[in-house]
Design a protein around this ligand. Structure first.
Ligand code: FAD
Length: 323
């Protein structure tokens, strides 16, 4: 029979965030043979529909508007409410991104529906849809059964693999015009942080530095290693508090949650609040001078040594593998 599931395609800088494809994959499990509808909201975003279809959406509903050029919860909520009204889905999947974390609870509250957030896995058995999500800063996992038809879900990036891209897939693309009115927030200008390269929350490789990095310049060797591995640089709060780097790099309970394939912790002690943001990484490598450092308890590979000796050696070796 199957369910009808709506997914938000998160458009940014003329492209789609990878988590949109992961959301389609999660939706396909929930749909269980039913229909996957992707919502595409913004300005000049319609051209992205084909990619959503190639990743498994059966239909794309596009709402374009001048006032949706930049994200505002007010504007997006109006667009999404109209799409939900017209599509009547049984579940709605967002990425657990800054946007998803803002919008999904707002819509769930507005429609008086449930929200299961930060989901890392979805299974279907019989009539039941079961979502897995970490609790207690990643120390345990809980399973939530979707009891209410019409539930909002946010999925943690980098946990659910997208379906294989197939350019041969076909689907409908429909426009839904929505009158956007009474916006209480107006974006005057978007000022970007001067970060380069790969987005930390979606990176497959993260090289993170802690207080052991000792200075802003100390992040240089980490950046070089990240470049060779096409990864992103992250940090502990210790490094951010010491002003070695920007808080946008902070990983942990009060920072970003990352789940890359490879996490290399350099000069990070492994405080519980840091582990909350990275302990679900697939492979964890820790480099620390102190053999008793807590980070070694969660590491798959531990290197006891000075990061300023070890990191450049790793960079050299990975460079050799690339040629
Ligand atoms: P330290 O604990 O000082 O560790 C530095 C490590 O570097 C040591 O293990 C040392 O052996 C090693 N080292 C030193 N020199 C070298 C070298 N040359 N080579 C190799 N190793 C070396 N922290 C987070 O990270 N993220 C959060 O989101 C977060 N949220 C928090 C929320 C709350 C409410 C609280 C109370 C704390 C939070 N913290 C968070 C802070 C956390 O408790 C730790 O203080 C912080 O993670 C420590 O950072 P660190 O590991 O870089 O520094």
């Amino acid at each position: 029979m199957g369910r009808k599931v709506l997914v938000l395609g998160e458009a940014r800088d003329g492209g789609l965030r990878n988590v949109s494809f992961e959301a389609i994959s999660a939706a396909s499990t929930v749909a269980d043979g039913g229909e996957i509808v992707a919502a595409l909201v913004g300005k000049d975003v319609k051209a992205l529909s084909e990619e959503l279809i190639a990743y498994g959406a059966n239909k794309v509903v596009v709402t374009e508007h001048e006032d949706l050029a930049a994200y505002t919860s007010d504007g997006y909520a109006q667009a999404l409410l109209a799409i939900i009204e017209s599509e009547q889905p049984e579940a709605i999947v967002f990425g657990h991104t800054a946007l998803g974390k803002d919008l999904a609870p707002k819509l769930a509250a507005r429609l008086d529906k449930g929200l299961i957030s930060d989901v890392t896995d979805v299974e279907v058995g019989g009539d039941q849809v079961v979502f897995t999500r970490p609790i207690y800063s990643g120390k345990a996992f809980e399973k939530k059964i979707m009891t209410d038809a019409f539930t909002f879900v946010t999925i943690r990036p980098n946990n659910i693999s997208p379906l294989a891209k197939d350019e041969g897939r076909t689907g409908d693309v429909e426009d839904l015009n929505v009158e956007i009115k009474n916006l209480r927030t107006v974006v005057k200008e978007v000022v970007r942080k001067a970060t380069q390269g790969v987005d930390l929350s979606e990176a497959k490789v993260v090289i993170a530095g802690g207080r052991g990095v000792k200075s802003t310049e100390g992040f240089g060797p980490l950046k070089e290693l990240a470049d060779v591995l096409n990864g992103a640089v992250g940090a502990s709060r210790g490094a951010c508090d010491a002003d070695y780097c920007d808080y946008s790099l902070q990983i942990g309970q009060t920072g970003k949650v990352v789940t890359p394939d490879l996490y290399i912790a350099c000069g990070i002690s492994g405080a519980i609040q840091h582990l909350a943001g990275m302990s679900n990484s697939k492979i964890i490598v820790a480099i620390n001078k102190d053999p008793e450092a807590n980070i070694f308890k969660v590491a798959d590979y531990g290197i006891v040594g000075d990061l300023f000796e070890v990191v450049p050696l790793l960079t050299e070796e990975f460079k050799k593998l690339k040629v």
